[in-house]
Each structure stands twice: as structure tokens, then as C-alpha cells.
Design a protein around this ligand. Structure first.
Ligand SMILES: NC(=O)c1ccc[n+]([C@@H]2O[C@H](COP(=O)([O-])OP(=O)(O)OC[C@H]3O[C@@H](n4cnc5c(N)ncnc54)[C@H](OP(=O)(O)O)[C@@H]3O)[C@@H](O)[C@H]2O)c1
Length: 400
């Protein structure tokens, strides 16, 4: 849809509308209300903001994941005409409702069910939720193909690659280059990181994001998840996906071709740019993000990532050895470890240590017994990895 020219109304759903990506998506929708109708909005527990958003956008349906929040949501939306629902099944159903464009911005593995529903009915899915793709990449890509759906990457790096990929020259791509800011601890020593507090880890130098992805950026697990995300989205082996630290976060990622050309996408670090790209695709729409001023920008610098100080990067590369197995364990244990770190139960370096321990433990226990890699397998493996990670976090918490 070429947004400037064509005034057709697009029906959209925003899953995870109360989060950082969700709020940025609503910001764009509300700037151009004549272009969009909102089908569903969803949240986990933030009833106040969800109800406010539903009234603002005249959403047809508002869903909260926590069943205990149902009554409050119903009360907050009484008389608005918005349907109300609660619980994980209702969240999954939000993906099945008839929006042609769906923003998948729920954080973590919990975001997978509505994405699968949206894929099955052939929707255009703007994918921010990287954990779903990391855990169920092959299943999700299959569901997209079978349902005739379209997957548009919203993660700024993958959106950049998507913009730089020339469809006609796909077989001439030499490598993808994922840029990483390096996070708040880019220049910190291992010793200093050992005592890093959650508020320090949450302070990303360039991006304003939700808590989980901010901690993932500090450990650089975020780049590890993105490596696996790129593997699934663009079908290149891990050896041809390079990671480079670029502290200014101006180049969002690059595609290198066999003739020696490297195409890059640039912009200020504002998620409204990749979201606007996905919202208007295959056209373009006006976006509100601050513009780059090349006269004052200064130097753009690059450095190799340090896998010794940021072991999560190494774990993610190793996870590619069996891409429908290890990434599930890695993601689940990381989600639990990040949660525990945010509650001051474990230290910063213990996040990666716990992920490594759970990978070893379950890797040895299950590896060669599992042949069927269906969704039940993924859910089982995810549950087992969470259980082990919780156990390890609790035992470390006692020792602190
Ligand atoms: N933020 C960014 O700039 C950015 C950039 C690239 C990719 N991403 C990816 O986009 C996703 C969202 O990130 P974010 O930073 O926007 O996260 P966030 O600010 O933490 O928001 C997460 C959203 O998911 C909802 N949610 C949480 N747990 C849920 C559950 N169990 N069931 C249903 N809904 C649930 C939250 O609801 P409540 O508000 O009620 O808790 C909220 O709406 C992540 O996968 C992240 O990696 C984010």
C-alpha cells in the first residue's frame, strides 16, 4: 500500500500494545487515524493503559493475558463498545481476528501462539517478537508459507537487512552484517560487570526499550537472538552472518554482495522508523523520527565483539548447530535468568552462566532422543528449560 497516494483503510491489530514497540506503533496509527482501523489490542496486566488505548483507537477488542485482570478491564471499558477478553487463549485468538496487518510485539515465548494464528490465516505480520522466531523458527516459517502470510521484520537490524536485500540478487548475497551498539557495558571490564546492578544494565546508551530486551542488550544475548532470527528470516548459514559492534547505532545493519558492494540502512535510533516501514510496506509513509544530520554526525566506528566478556554471543553461535533444539533451551533459560536478575536474585554474569548450564544439562539429557520437532516438542522443551533455569536461579539466590 503506497500510503501517500492511496487512502484505503487498513485493519490492524497490535499484540503487546502497552509495551515499548506497541506504544510506538500506536503513536504512528494515531498520527494518521483515517488510514487505520484497530481490530485488537493486547496486554499482559497493564489494564489502565490498554483501556486508554482501546478508547483512543476505538478498538473492536481488548485482551489482557492475566485472567485476574478481566473484571478491571471490563469495568474500564464499559460503555465503550470494545469487546473484552482475558487469558492466554484469548491472546492467541487475538491473532486469529480479521486484521490484515498484525504487529507482533508481545515479549518472549508467550507471543508465539497469536503469531501462528495470524500466519495460518495469511495475515501480514510485522514481527518484533524475536523470541518466537528463535524458538520455533522452522515451524513459524512453515506456517507463514502454508498460510500464505507475509512476514515483515521490525527488529531494526532485520528490517535494515530486509530493506537492503535485492530480491533479484538473493543468490549473490555474500554475507549479512548485523550491527550491535555493544550495550551499556561495552567498555566495562569483566570485574566491573560482576557487580553491575539492574538500573545500570537497563540504561541503554542509544535505544529506549522494554526491560527484557534492555538486559539482553547489556549481556549481548540480544545480538545472539538476532543472529538466530536472521538465520531463519534470510536463510543464510551462521558463518555468513557477521556481528560487528557499532556504538553509534546509526547503521542498523548491512548486506554484502559478491561484487564487493555493501548496502546499509541508516537512521536515528527510533523504532518508529522500522515500524513505519512495516506499516506502509511495500510503500512508504511519512515518519516522525528525528532525522540524521550528516554535517554534525561525526565518526561512525566499528569494532569486533568480545565473546570473552559477552559469552552469550558464543552460546548463540553454538546453538545454531541444532537450530530447532538449542535455541529453545537458550531462550527459555535466558528469559528466566533475566527475570531473576531484575529481581536481584542473581548477578549479571550469572545470566549467561545459567543459560550455559541449562544448555549443557538438557543438551546431554535429551539431545539424541528427540526426532519430532513439532510445536508440542518446542513447548515441552521450553517448559523443561524454564524449570531447570528456575532451580539454578533459586540455588544461586540462596548462596548470595
Ligand atoms: N523495544 C524495542 O525497541 C524493540 C526493538 C526490537 C525488537 N523488540 C522486540 O519486541 C518485543 C517487545 O519488546 P518491548 O521492548 O516492546 O517489550 P515491553 O516493553 O516489555 O512490552 C511487552 C508487551 O508484551 C506484553 N506481555 C508481556 N508478557 C506477556 C504475556 N505473558 N502474555 C501476553 N502479553 C504479554 C506486555 O504487557 P504489559 O504492558 O501488560 O506488561 C507488553 O504489552 C520483544 O520480543 C523485543 O525483543 C523490541
Amino acid at each position: 500500500m503506497a500510503m501517500n497516494a492511496d487512502k484505503a483503510v487498513r485493519r490492524v491489530s497490535v499484540l503487546g500494545s502497552t509495551g515499548s514497540v506497541g506504544r510506538n506503533t500506536l503513536d504512528l496509527l494515531l498520527r494518521d487515524p483515517g488510514h487505520f482501523e484497530v481490530e485488537s489490542l493486547t496486554a499482559n496486566r497493564n489494564v489502565e493503559l490498554l483501556a486508554h488505548q482501546a478508547r483512543q483507537t476505538r478498538a473492536k477488542c481488548a485482551v489482557v493475558a492475566d485472567p485476574a485482570a478481566y473484571k478491571r478491564l471490563q469495568h474500564a471499558l464499559s460503555g465503550s463498545g470494545t469487546e473484552v477478553a482475558a487469558g492466554p487463549d484469548a491472546i492467541a485468538e487475538a491473532g486469529a481476528r480479521s486484521a490484515e496487518w498484525v504487529m507482533a510485539a508481545i515479549v518472549g515465548f508467550a507471543g508465539l501462539p497469536p503469531i501462528l494464528k495470524a500466519a495460518a490465516r495469511g495475515a501480514t505480520i510485522a514481527l518484533a517478537n524475536k523470541e518466537a522466531l528463535v524458538c520455533a523458527g522452522s515451524l513459524l516459517m512453515d506456517a507463514v508459507k502454508r498460510g500464505g502470510a507475509t512476514l515483515l521484520p521490525v527488529d531494526s537490524e532485520h528490517n535494515a537487512i530486509f530493506q537492503c536485500l535485492e530480491e533479484r540478487n538473493r543468490d549473490q548475497v555474500e554475507r549479512l552484517v548485523l550491527t550491535a551498539s555493544g550495550g551499556p557495558f561495552r567498555t566495562w571490564s569483566t570485574e566491573a560487570m560482576a557487580t553491575a546492578t539492574p538500573p545500570q544494565a537497563l540504561k541503554h546508551p542509544n535505544w529506549d526499550m522494554g526491560a527484557k530486551i534492555s538486559i539482553d542488550s547489556a549481556t549481548m544475548m540480544n545480538k545472539g537472538l538476532e543472529l538466530i532470527e536472521a538465520y531463519h528470516l534470510f536463510g543464510l548459514p551462521g558463518e555468513r552472518i557477521e556481528i560487528v559492534v557499532h556504538p553509534q547505532s546509526v547503521i542498523h545493519s548491512m548486506v554484502a554482495y559478491t561484487d564487493g558492494s555493501v548496502l546499509a540502512q541508516l537512521g536515528t535510533p527510533d523504532m518508529r522508523t522500522p515500524i513505519a516501514h512495516a506499516l506502509a510496506w511495500p510503500g512508504r509513509m511519512p515518519g516522525p523520527s528525528p532525522r540524521l544530520d550528516f554535517r554534525t554526525l561525526g565518526a561512525l566506528t566499528f569494532e569486533p565483539p568480545d565473546e570473552r566478556r559477552f559469552p552469550a554471543l558464543k552460546l548463540a553461535r553454538q546453538a545454531l548447530v541444532d537450530v530447532s533444539f538449542y535455541p529453545v533451551i537458550m531462550n527459555a533459560s535466558n528469559e528466566i535468568a533475566v527475570e531473576s536478575y531484575l529481581k536481584y536474585k542473581i548477578s549479571f554474569p550469572e545470566i549467561a552462566q545459567i543459560v550455559e548450564n541449562v544448555l549443557e544439562l538438557i543438551g546431554m539429557r535429551r539431545k539424541f532422543n528427540d526426532n519430532t520437532r513439532d510445536i508440542e516438542f518446542v513447548v515441552d522443551l521450553d517448559t523443561e528449560a524454564r524449570r531447570e533455569a528456575r532451580r539454578l536461579c533459586e540455588s544461586r539466590a540462596i548462596n548470595h
